[in-house]
Design a protein around this ligand. Sequence first.
Ligand SMILES: C[S@@+](CC[C@H](N)C(=O)[O-])C[C@H]1O[C@@H](n2cnc3c(N)ncnc32)[C@H](O)[C@@H]1O
Length: 253
Amino acid sequence: MGHRLGTKLQSAAVTETLFHQDPHPGAPAAVAHPKGIKSYVRRAGRTTSGQAKALEDLGPRYVLDYAAAPLDTTAAFGRTAPLVLEIGFGMGEATAHIAGVRPGDNFLCCEVHEPGVGALLKRIGEQGLTNIRILQHDAVEVLEHMLAPESLTGVHIFFPDPWHKKRHNKRRLIQPPLVARLASRLKPGGYIHCATDWQPYAEQMLQVLSAEPQLANTAPGYAPKPDYRPLTKFENRGLRLGHGVWDLVFTRR
Ligand SMILES: C[S@@+](CC[C@H](N)C(=O)[O-])C[C@H]1O[C@@H](n2cnc3c(N)ncnc32)[C@H](O)[C@@H]1O
């Protein structure tokens, strides 16, 4: 997915709806995700015939139902293995690559955009991946209701929607309450890996993650890109144009 294209669509939709949804207009950005504010908008998007076929053929095996109850991950994956949560996988390019190079880990991947779910299922089929399960649901609710404290080995949040405009900053995922919740779901030694190509958001990530007492930075500031995270098509294009990308990797104390 083109992030900037996605952002344009979001901005258009949000201009219409945000003020009706926002119970605290003007609240400081740091008190994030008050009731009713989501980190995404449901975008219209065409599901291709290949994605639709993948949804039909592979959805029943790899897409889990959301429930406000703890997830039995051993039953969901058919095995016990370290569990990594991914929030917002887009079209699943990085997700499928990482699951392929880390076959010993289970990946629980959240995305609300249906064509993206179809696209990842298509990759699962093409690459014969068995260690991914998908939840087509708000990851904030998944985290709150389906994942027990100290159940995760890792969290991946790659290029989350930057919500460029100041009045939309409150929609950003990486804010203190969500980071505290994420940290509580990590096992001691587990990690949170974020990446962004939007410098002001990178700075916010560094500030919020550094301020969370349960977490320690693995680097003096931004981290070198871990080998498992691939350079996606979008990112390569940005790098060719001279845009920066910032990785952050923190571990649970
Ligand atoms: C800018 S895209 C990045 C996608 C992908 N990680 C990449 O690097 O290409 C962000 C994605 O996060 C998804 N998203 C945002 N908030 C979410 C949430 N709370 N739960 C699940 N998905 C979410 C959006 O639907 C969107 O597809």
